[in-house]
Design a protein. Structure first.
Lengths: 318, 629
């Protein structure tokens, strides 16, 4: 296990380094005229444009720029934003925005898990009956109708009906509810439909039929075997989902005016804010890799049959 | 205006303002859709940045509600007889305040204006708006900037950066005493005041700047404020709260004590928030106007283009005189063809996409906007002979005339059997925007390029239908191309267009702001045409320092330019309808710099202003303005 963890950490580091380097180099291929608007071309002559680019640091050769990035990284300094929030330290920008995405994301994730897994269990338990049908209708609606439509419906009509604010206010807790619910809706559907599917699969397996025929109570079979085994394929995603809540939601944060991380990477890329893009890519890739790694470990904890590494040359992973 | 009428107009206006004050509320809530980038007020790439800068920092002068330049931090000024030296006397004893509204230890002094200019002219500070116009305006400034730039790039090795910085002493700005700022200009510039409302001429306190260093303006705590408001709260992508500065020099004019601006990018949400009483103002798009017109909100909807942020923007069609499309190149260099286009475009129809109710009110035939530039007698530049007639002509659309000109163009450019003289078949490569095969025969192939949003797409389709219908599909075929979002980078610079929809805003109060950039090789001459006669007239006008003489020649130049159809102006900016509780005409207006974003003097009422009341206030305001001039 220790060797496996070390090996995975090494692989993770290499993966992150490749991602960061690739993004770094791709950013350097972006055209320099992207730093200027129409008005800038009128206001600035070539010398002024060159001076501007030089002071942004984007005219240095890529190796110098990468060296600067790494040395800053070693000191815990990710640099300053150059175009989206000029001169603001990147860590300050992320530090201001990440908590909003994180808290909304975590609240929505908990809601999705509680309601989604509960709904999935109900749908599997009462397969082909009302609960299953109602759950399927919900899942179909959420997945088939473009999210923009029901998100706007919730914002426009539900707030009018309940007299709640249309946008998020930090000092009015009632305004936190709808963004959280909106964020959770598709997660609930996702957990419900997949848990139902895995539970129904498990219910049809021989060991379940055997256990039932041996006289084990149905509830015990469901809790101790079916649910536990059905959760195995899902739990590996939990860590990643938790960690990547920090990335926020472009759509919902925009609709409810939540000052989170959603859209920050898009803005940074569009405005060629290299330090901000690099920091975000680094953050997201580290969290992604760590999430996958923790997911693997979690799977082993939930299902002891799964082995992550070969043990003494004998059996492989189950 | 007769004295009696003038007195009545003034009384009416005063009554209107007084009654508004009486019913007023002390807060204003609005939204913003373009995210602010920073609080460093010398660098304001978005309108949100400009709005915050305008309300939290004052310059030497500002514009009042009639657009006149009036004293601000300077209480008076004088100009030397040669027009080169401008001396401003500051109000003594004014202090900067911090983000809690408390007085700081720093007084606003003349040195702060010197420091401000020193800051913006250092290339290391990356102030993009520090234009060559400004550099060439003040004596020695351009040389100072270029030296620093050359030192930074390594081109100049005989000078250290510190030495180059020390040369700022040679720049034409000085503070001979604590309350006197003197500018020495490179050439007489009677419209110099219109530069001073730009953010580039704001003050900064040196000791404070040295203390915060690179962090200047990265948060509200890294700023001190000289304006009518201070920033009491600032959250990226969320909200900005401005509170009235209790130590402001003109505090008596500030009736709105708290301004809350929320980041709400969605226009639908904005309107619903207004309807629920959460906002003091909402802007409406054409579709929203249609949706609300028959509801109870219909009575409150109106538009006032001259007070809109974008009023000084002129929209025009640019023609590519050096087109890679040999068919279009042959045609566009023919005056009759350009006149055919000029008369063949129905401006009212095009405007209906932006303003379905009063499309005629936003037509602009001139390059230079109206209500912006006035001579020493208060005469609007666009009322000078030559330009006045063009302005007054309204919609130029005349299908018969257009067809006549087109026939003349065909007679001159084709052999009478449909072959375009001197054009060989080829493929016009405007990839990735368009690719067109031309065969040197009619129909003339031309590529019109626009942005991909819904209104621009509709406009492109309408224009294509308009031209093909006017001249016949057998004579002209318009191919539509779209860029992603950067008209200059994707279209203009790589020359991937024949006809293009674009716009341009004014920089300062002189026709040169636009016309000098439209000459051969000028910064806005995107069509790349050349007309020595026009160039000469512009040069001649720029050499005049008496405004009326200057404008008379500029008007002649502009009339010639428009008669020869080098660009095809068709609309003004500022088409937005609104529902608002803000009493119109109570706040500053003007097309230049940032004072048009000031809330100073703004009066907000409890209930929305009806369109009927707006019309009454408008009538009174224009009477008052005429009297004031």
């Amino acid at each position: 296990m220790g060797a496996y963890v070390l090996k995975r950490l090494g692989q993770s580091l290499i993966t992150v380094a490749i991602v960061v380097l690739t993004v770094f180099l791709l950013l350097r291929l972006m055209p320099k005229n992207g730093y200027f608007t129409r008005e800038d071309y009128v206001n600035m002559d070539k010398d002024a444009r060159t001076a501007y680019l030089r002071n942004l640091g984007v005219l240095d050769d890529p190796f110098t720029q990468f060296g600067r990035f790494l040395s800053g990284l070693a000191r815990g300094d990710l640099g300053r934003s150059i175009t989206v929030y000029p001169r603001s330290p990147v860590l300050d920008v992320i530090g201001e925005k990440a908590p909003y995405s994180l808290w909304f994301g975590l609240a929505a994730l908990v809601l999705s898990m509680v309601l989604g897994l509960g709904l999935g269990i109900l749908m599997a338990r009462y397969k082909d009956r009302f609960a299953d049908g109602a759950g399927t209708v919900y899942v179909t609606i959420v997945r088939a109708i473009p999210s923009l439509i029901w998100l706007f419906f919730i914002q426009q009509w539900v707030t009018a009906l309940l007299g709640w604010p249309m946008v998020f206010y930090e000092d009015r807790p009632v305004s936190w509810i709808l963004p959280t619910v909106s964020l959770a809706l598709s997660g609930i559907a996702w957990y419900a439909i997949w848990l139902r599917r895995f539970m129904v699969d498990e219910e049809n397996r021989d060991y379940v039929k055997f256990a039932v025929s041996k006289g084990l109570p149905w509830k015990r079979v469901m809790r101790g075997h079916v649910l536990r085994n059905a959760l195995v394929p899902l739990v590996q995603y939990f860590p990643q989902q938790i960690l990547l809540t920090i990335a926020g939601s472009l759509l919902i944060e925009s609709i409810y005016s939540i000052p989170g991380m959603g859209g920050l990477l898009v803005s940074a890329i569009r405005q060629q804010d290299n330090p901000l893009v690099q920091a975000l890519v680094l953050l997201y890739s580290v969290l992604g890799v760590v999430g996958v790694f923790l997911g693997d470990l979690l799977m082993v904890l939930v299902d002891p049959r799964i082995k992550l590494a070969e043990s003494s040359g004998k059996g492989a992973a189950a | 205006m007769k004295p009696r009428a003038m007195i009545i107009a003034v009384l009416m206006a005063l009554t209107a303002v007084a009654s508004a004050w009486a019913a007023g509320v002390d807060r204003y809530d609005a939204v913003y859709a373009s995210e602010g980038s920073s609080l460093r007020y010398f660098y304001t790439p978005t309108t949100t940045d400009q709005r915050v800068a305008a309300n939290t920092q004052d310059g030497l002068v500002e514009q009042d509600r009639f657009g006149r330049f009036v004293p601000s931090l300077a209480q008076s000024w004088t100009v030397s007889p040669d027009g080169l030296t401008w001396t401003f006397k500051l109000r003594p004893g004014l202090m900067y305040v911090d983000s809690s509204g408390q007085k700081t230890r720093w007084e606003i002094t003349a040195d702060d204006f010197v420091e401000g200019l020193r800051y913006v002219s250092d290339p290391k500070n990356g102030i993009k708006n520090f234009s060559r116009d400004v550099r060439n305006l003040i004596s020695g400034l351009n040389a100072y900037y270029l030296d620093l730039s050359d030192v930074d790039s390594g081109k100049k090795k005989d000078l250290t950066r510190d030495q180059a910085l020390a040369n700022f002493a040679n720049v034409g700005i000085s503070a001979p005493d604590k309350y006197t700022v003197v500018y020495r200009l490179s050439k007489p510039t009677p419209f110099f005041l219109s530069y001073l409302v730009m953010e580039l001429f704001l003050p900064v306190e040196k000791e404070f700047l040295d203390t915060v260093g690179l962090d200047f303006g990265v948060s509200k705590e890294k700023l001190v404020f000289s304006g009518a408001y201070y920033i009491s709260d600032w959250q990226r992508s969320k909200r900005i709260v401005l509170k009235a500065n209790p130590h402001y020099w003109d505090a008596g004019k500030i009736s709105v004590k708290t301004i809350t601006l929320q980041y709400v990018p969605d226009p639908t949400t904005q309107v619903a928030m207004f309807q629920r009483g959460e906002l003091s103002r909402a802007d409406l798009g054409a579709d929203q106007v249609k949706a609300l017109a028959k509801s109870k909100w219909g009575q409150y909807i109106y538009s006032d283009p001259p007070s809109a942020d974008r009023f000084s923007v002129t929209y025009w069609f640019v023609q590519n005189f050096t087109s890679a499309n040999p068919e279009f190149k042959a045609f566009v260099n023919n005056l009759n063809f350009r006149k055919a286009l000029y008369y063949g475009i129905d401006r009212v129809k095009l405007n209906e996409l932006d303003d379905p109710y009063k499309p005629g009110q936003i037509i602009r035939n001139t390059v230079v906007p109206e209500f912006q530039i006035f001579d020493e007698k208060g005469v609007d530049y666009t009322d000078y002979p030559g330009v006045k007639e063009i302005k007054a002509a309204g919609n130029y659309y005349n299908k018969a005339k257009a067809r006549d000109y087109f026939k003349k163009a065909l007679a001159e450019l084709t052999d009478g059997k449909g072959t375009i003289k001197g054009v060989s078949p080829t493929t016009v490569d405007y990839k990735p925007i368009a690719e067109v095969k031309v065969d040197g025969k009619l129909p003339l192939q031309m590529v019109y390029v626009s942005l991909p949003d819904a209104v621009e797409t509709k406009r492109a389709l309408l224009l294509k239908a308009m031209l093909e219908e006017a001249f016949g599909k057998e004579n002209i075929e318009v191919t539509l191309g779209q860029c992603i979002d950067d008209v200059f980078g994707e279209v203009v610079e790589p020359r991937r267009f024949d006809l293009l929809h674009d716009n341009f805003r004014f920089g300062y109060a002189d026709p040169a702001a636009q016309l000098s950039r439209l000459v051969t090789g000028g910064g806005v001459n995107d069509g790349q045409y050349s007309d020595p006669e026009f160039d000469k007239l512009v040069q001649e006008a720029m050499s005049k320092t008496v405004l009326s003489e200057r404008y008379a020649i500029f008007a002649k130049a502009e009339a010639l330019y428009l008669d020869r159809c080098y660009v095809l102006p068709w609309a003004m900016g500022g088409t937005a309808y609104q529902i608002t509780k803000v009493v119109p005409f109570t706040y500053p207006r003007g097309g230049f710099g940032i004072t048009r974003f000031k809330f100073k003097g703004m009066v907000v009422e409890k209930d929305p202003i009806t369109a009927k009341r707006y019309e009454q206030l408008k009538a009174a305001f224009y009477k008052e303005m005429a009297a004031a001039k």
